[in-house]
Design a protein around this ligand. Structure first.
Ligand code: MLT
Ligand code: MN
Ligand code: ZN
Length: 278
């Protein structure tokens, strides 16, 4: 399996355009920017899928040689987009894919519902390209030999869908290369570490975890704004780290960093990083 981190920041990216906090200023000074959370995966290196579609998607696609078009005029290795939430930082990029000849989008019925009525990206996109909307089932096979298992990990609705119904708002994915057995878990929005989630990551080779906040009070301490990490649906790194020792054979790294999070080092991913076993 090949995995490319196209963006490693939470909503707003780092630096955020209107933020002068310490870490945003640092990102401006050093040029170490983070685009918003999107990951590309492939089983055979030919057929690629995006996990979420950040507003930065055009820059991300242009910066990823594996996703370059050709040899046909409008031929692209991009086979589809798998959405794990309906949040704007994960879905606004869909509109920038409207030039596609056709676009397969996988999401739960709950997320699809929000993107059809509350924030009608799908019907809008459908006016520009052929959208093939597929329900993200608990288990399915994607092109290139990727087996995808899905687990609902949260019920936090996007602000624009505050009153919408449905249960499957936030998902974790476990993607296995049918050929090599390599297993990658993507869980960049994880409100709590449940027993179910623990079983879901068991035996995985690589896990990308929720790195939005380092601590529960980070946002308030950095910006004075109210709101704890957990209340926002993001288990802080300080809390998830306690669970990692139960999985000694698994490599855990953090993505979807908020711009208030100064975390660095090898446990945090950066844009452009390649992971996987090939
Ligand atoms: C989240 O990850 O909690 C959301 O993307 C927040 C947001 O709307 O920016
Ligand atoms: Mn987000
Ligand atoms: Zn900032």
């Amino acid at each position: 399996m090949r995995i490319r981190i196209l963006g490693s920041a939470a909503g707003g990216g780092a630096p955020q355009w209107n933020c002068a906090c310490v870490t945003c200023e640092e990102a401006r000074r050093t040029g170490r920017q983070r685009l918003q959370d999107t990951v590309a995966v492939s089983g055979d290196g030919v057929a690629w899928y995006l996990l979420n579609a950040a507003p930065d998607i055009r820059t991300q696609l242009l910066g990823t040689p594996e996703l370059a078009p050709g040899p046909g005029l409008r031929e692209t290795p991009l086979r589809g987009v798998v959405l794990t939430t309906a949040e704007l930082d994960h879905t606004l990029g869909l509109l920038s894919l409207r030039e596609a000849t056709g676009l397969a989008v996988y999401a739960t019925a709950t997320v699809t519902g929000a993107l059809s009525s509350c924030f009608p990206v799908l019907p809008v996109l459908g006016s520009y390209t052929t959208v093939e909307w597929a329900e993200l089932a608990p288990n399915q096979r994607l092109a290139g030999g990727l087996d995808v298992a899905r687990l609902t990990v949260g019920a936090k609705r996007p602000r624009y869908a505050r009153d919408a119904g449905g249960d499957d708002w936030v998902s974790a994915l476990r993607i296995t290369d049918a050929r090599t057995g390599f297993a990658f878990v993507y869980a960049t929005c994880l409100p709590t570490w449940t027993e179910e989630f623990d079983a879901f990551v068991k035996g995985a080779d690589e896990v990308l975890l929720d790195g939005t906040f380092g601590t529960d009070d980070e946002l308030t301490r950095a910006t004075g704004r109210p709101g704890s990490a957990r209340a926002m649906g993001h288990l802080p790194i300080a809390d998830s780290q306690a669970h990692l020792s139960r999985h000694p054979g698994t490599r855990f790294r953090y993505g979807h960093l908020n711009n208030t999070n100064p975390a660095g080092g090898s446990h945090v991913v950066w844009d452009g990083l390649s992971l996987g076993d090939s």
